[in-house]
Design a binder for this molecule. Structure first.
Ligand code: ADP
Length: 620
């Protein structure tokens, strides 16, 4: 675990103290999100807190004063009892109505609001370039945003509701105190001064959460890895699990350090708040009222005994409400800090931008001109001054040793990253002027680390919602990729779920079978460009041969760029590009390169030797 890095991140973040304006703006953002999902929901929410606040006051301090005053004045209690009955009836009716709304009617708007938030986040998650997923800080923010957005928005609402409710109660009690003796307001307002400690405490809570995040990530990785099927084999070989357990133990140490850094300060802040409220406000107001009523006396302008009793009740209610208000205000601060991450994520301006042009249905000439690119977290260029042309219908094989930049090049062609210098052009027009979706839709692609979703075969092949005629399309694509035989044997055919994550009858495929399903994606897509990154790595030689043969037939007229570690497939290409250390080392048709007897010819010879055995001849 990188100790200093964790600390650095935590320190950087602990400095974050949002200005009040931003706190308000972030909380309003949450309320606006709710309003956009369902205005009625927001109205009922606040109406309910006003209602509860008022009824609470009327049935409590106000009623008590009415009774005490009536007793003191020697009046009968009929008026007070009548008042009590009215408050009770209204309270019950209000309670029933609100309960009906919250338990029955609110389900639909709640779902709509949550769905809106999720859609917003999913849309952004899809927009950001891949580089963001490789940036741990952005990733933490992203995960935090995803986790927090759904819950924080409700929490803001909850806090606002609580605040409203308590403010109503407070205002009513303040009026009561002003009427009795305005000096009491001094005690009532004191807890406001303590708000600073609450703010500090909440900021420390947030700092703890932030500092824990990278540690959580590491620990969760270990926990996940222990249970995930995909690691089960490696886990049983050697003793990597020991290394992981050590890692996990280190995370416990990290947690201890984090709590040691922040825990004590948090405890002091909490103590000062409690002491201030209980000691100064409640005790102070009580002593003052008793002194006024007994030592000064009603006749000399002091408090009436009845009012003294009301004050003692009222000041507790005020102190409770005020402490809640302070808590709520501080909570807004806390929500705002989390929502800041959500908003930063939502406001993130993707670096890879699209234009307005649509890629023609039949594609065009794709040109890579002077393309250089370095990953954000690396100080060396993965690609250097790469230039080549992929003509309509041409097939290019991209070859080279591991790490020579092949995958980087195909990812850039799909505009997953923002290439610094140079660029990609379609018929002479820069790629950035084409609409991003249209650009990516014009490629059928299979990635080296392709993923199958825990969905049906059909969904996995189409990678989009089904349209009419798609079942035949999927079947024919599976036939071309060589997966049909297998899929046909499934009871539910193309409707079979892949993986058993959600379906006991789901199918688990072998590496080669899964790769064929992924490969079918390119055949199911009417795209003028095809990109394959090691499409045959998991296939046996016969399946591989068939796959390439099918691919060449099925992609007739399409422009294809494929990476293959088996150079025998490069023979099928019109042009071979050999990358070395991110640069184009050689380019030309297979026969030309063999004739030139350079690096490519050497590599080809070495691979063929492995297949044929040493001593047999290799003819390009
Ligand atoms: P190839 O596909 O030819 O094996 P890659 O394009 O995957 O090569 O990698 C080219 C270089 O870029 C390698 O040095 C590799 O370590 C580096 N690289 C690849 N992906 C990343 C990444 N996401 N972040 C940083 N460096 C990367």
């Amino acid at each position: 675990m990188n100790d200093s890095k964790t600390k650095k991140t935590a320190n950087k973040k602990s400095k974050k103290n949002l200005p009040l304006k931003r706190v308000a703006s972030n909380c309003l953002f949450a309320l606006k999100t709710v309003w956009e999902g369902s205005p009625l929901y927001l109205i009922v929410y606040f109406a309910s807190s006003i209602g509860y606040g008022l009824l609470g006051f009327l049935g409590d301090a106000y009623l008590l004063r009415k009774i005490v005053n009536a007793v003191q004045a020697g009046e009968d209690l009929t008026g007070a009892v009548r008042f009590l009955i009215v408050v009770a009836v209204v309270s019950i009716a209000f309670y029933v109505a609100m309960n009906y709304y919250w338990n029955v009617l609110s389900v639909r708007p709640t779902n709509r609001i949550t769905a809106n938030v999720e859609k917003m986040l999913f849309k952004k998650a899809r927009e950001v370039e891949l580089a963001c997923y490789e940036d741990p800080e952005f990733y933490d923010k992203n995960v935090m945003a995803m986790e927090q957005a759904r819950t924080r928005i409700w929490k803001v609402l909850n806090t606002a509701d609580n605040l409203f409710n308590k403010l109503i109660n407070l205002s009513a009690n303040f009026i009561l105190l002003i009427v009795i003796d305005p000096v009491l307001l001094l005690f009532a307002f004191f807890p406001f001064l303590l708000g600073i400690f609450r703010r500090i405490e909440n900021r420390l809570s947030h700092d703890i959460e932030k500092a824990k995040k990278p540690v959580d990530r590491r620990g969760n990785y270990v926990r996940r890895t222990f249970y995930r099927g995909e690691f089960a084999k490696e886990m049983r070989m050697g003793s990597i699990w020991r290394v992981m357990l050590t890692d996990l133990e280190e995370t416990y140490g990290e947690y201890k350090k984090i709590y040691r850094t922040y825990g004590f300060k948090k405890a002091v802040a909490a103590f000062l708040q409690r002491f201030g409220i209980d000691g100064v406000t409640i005790m102070g107001a009580t002593l003052y009222s008793v002194w006024s009523a007994i030592c000064v006396g009603y006749q000399n302008g002091g408090m009436a005994i009845g009012d003294c009793i009301v004050v003692i009740g009222s000041i507790s209610s005020i102190s409770y409400s005020l402490s809640n208000v302070i808590q709520n205000v501080a909570e807004f601060g806390e929500h705002a800090v989390f929502l800041e991450d959500v908003r930063t994520f939502l406001d993130y301006e993707p670096r890879v931008k699209g234009g307005v042009l649509t890629v023609p249905e039949d594609g065009g000439t794709l040109e890579v001109r002077d393309l250089s690119f370095g990953y954000k977290n690396s100080d060396r260029d993965a690609l250097k001054n790469v230039s080549f042309t992929l003509k309509k219908g041409e097939k290019i094989a991209l070859v080279g040793a591991n790490g020579s930049g092949k995958t980087t090049l195909v990812k850039l062609l799909l505009r997953f990253y923002d290439p610094g210098e140079g660029g990609i052009y379609l018929d002479g027009v820069p790629a950035s002027r084409y609409d991003l979706t249209s650009w990516r839709d014009s490629f059928g692609a299979v990635f080296q680390d392709y993923k199958l979703f825990a969905m049906t075969v059909k969904d996995n092949v189409l990678l989009r919602p089904e349209r009419e005629g798609d079942r035949e399309l999927v079947e024919s694509a599976l036939k071309k990729s060589g997966a049909w035989e297998k899929v046909e044997s499934f009871e539910k055919g193309i409707d079979t779920n892949l993986t058993r994550e959600f379906d006991d009858k789901g199918e688990v495929l072998s590496g080669g079978e899964a790769q064929k399903i992924a490969l079918a994606r390119i055949f199911a897509r009417e795209a003028p460009f095809v990109q394959l990154d090691e499409p045959s790595s998991a296939l046996d030689p016969i399946a591989e041969y068939k796959m390439f043969e099918n691919m060449m037939n099925a992609t007739e007229g399409k422009s294809v760029i494929f990476i293959s570690h088996r150079l025998s497939s490069a023979v099928l290409a019109d042009k071979v590009i050999l990358l070395d250390g991110g640069e184009i080392a050689e380019t030309g048709a297979h026969a030309e390169l063999m004739k030139a007897n350079g690096k490519y010819a050497q590599m080809f010879g070495r691979q063929a030797e492995n297949y044929l055995g040493k001593g047999e001849s290799v003819n390009g």
